[in-house]
Design a protein around this ligand. Sequence first.
Ligand code: SAM
Ligand code: SF4
Length: 327
Amino acid sequence: MPRLVDGLGRRFQYLRLSITEVCNFRCTYCLPDGYQKTASRPFLTAPEIGRLVETFAALGVGKVRLTGGEPSVRRDVGEIIRRVRAAPGVDKVAITTNGWNLARQIDDWSAGGLTNLNVSVDSLERDRFHQVTGHDRLTAVLAGLDRALELAVPSVKINAVLLKDAAGPDQFARFAAFVRDRPVAVRFIELMRTGDNAGYFADQHVNGQVLRSWLEDNGWTPRARGHDDGPAVEYVHPDHAGRMGLIAPYGAGFCDGCNRLRVTARGKLRLCLFGDGGLDLRDLLGADEDREALERRVVEALGGKAAGHRLAEQITGDTRHLAQLGG
Ligand code: SAM
Ligand code: SF4
C-alpha cells in the first residue's frame, strides 16, 4: 500500500531534496546579486541525507532529485549520490546542476549510480549564456553534458528558462539542432514569479504558447507522460534523436498531477514549491532517532497539502528565489 497519498488522492513517489542553498552563479532570474548567506544553521550532512532518503523510500519514494542552490558546490556530492542510490527502493537518482564543473565530476557521479542528469543551459550562444548566468562557461558546461552522453547516463536533459528577450524561432531552432543527434530532452520552463523577482518577471515572463506554436509549426508532436515524470509536456520529431518540451506552471491543471515532495537543505519538508514555512524533520534525522516517528510525521503532514499553488494571484508563499528550494 502506498503511504504517501494526500487528501486529493495524489501519490508521491518523487522527492526533490535541496542539499545546499549556496550557488556560484548569478542567474538574472534567480540570484542576480549572487548567493547571500541567510541562516547559520548548517545544511543536512550526508549521513542525515542518507537516513532521510531511506525513510522516504520506505514510504514508497523511488526517485530522488538532488538540487539546490548548486548541488555540485558541495564537496561530498559524490558521496551523497552513493548514499541515496544505496537506499532500498530508490532506483532513480537525479541531479539538477548548472554544470559549471560537470566535465570533471560526471564520471564519479555516474559510477556512484546517477541515473538522471538535468543541466541548466539557458542559451547555446556563448555571450548570452554569460550574460544570463554571470559566467563565461558555456563550452565547459556542454563538454560535461557530452561526457554524460558518452558515459550513457540513462537520462540527460537540459533546462532552459523561457525569457522574453530570447524566446523566439532563432533560439528554438538552435536547441532543436543541438538535439538532432543527441538523445537529450530540452525543457523550457516558463519564468516563475518569486518573492524577489517581481520587476524582472513583469519584464521577462512570456507564455509558453510561443514555444508550443513553434514546435507544432515545425513538425514536433507531444508524447505521453510516465508515472514519475515531472510536469513537462515533451515533443518528439522523426528527424531528431532528442526531445523538446515545456514546463508551464501557470497552465490550467498544473498542480493536479503533482507527484513530488520537497525537503530543504536544512531539513524542512515543503509540500509545495510556493507554500510557506515547512515542517522540520531534522530532529528525527539523528542516528539514534526512531524511523517510525519520522514516517508518521511525513504521512500526517501530507493530509494538509493544498490543492494547488496560487501564483496566478501573485501569491508566491515565502519563496524569495528558487535557489532557496531547488525549483
Ligand atoms: N543550480 C541548479 C541549476 O541551476 O540547475 C539547481 C537549482 S535551480 C534553482 C533549478 C532550476 O530552476 C534551474 O533549471 C533554473 O533555471 C530554474 N529556475 C530558477 N529560478 C527560476 C524562475 N524564477 N523561474 C523558472 N525557473 C527557474
Ligand atoms: Fe544558481 Fe541555479 Fe539559481 Fe542559476 S538557477 S543562480 S545556477 S541556483
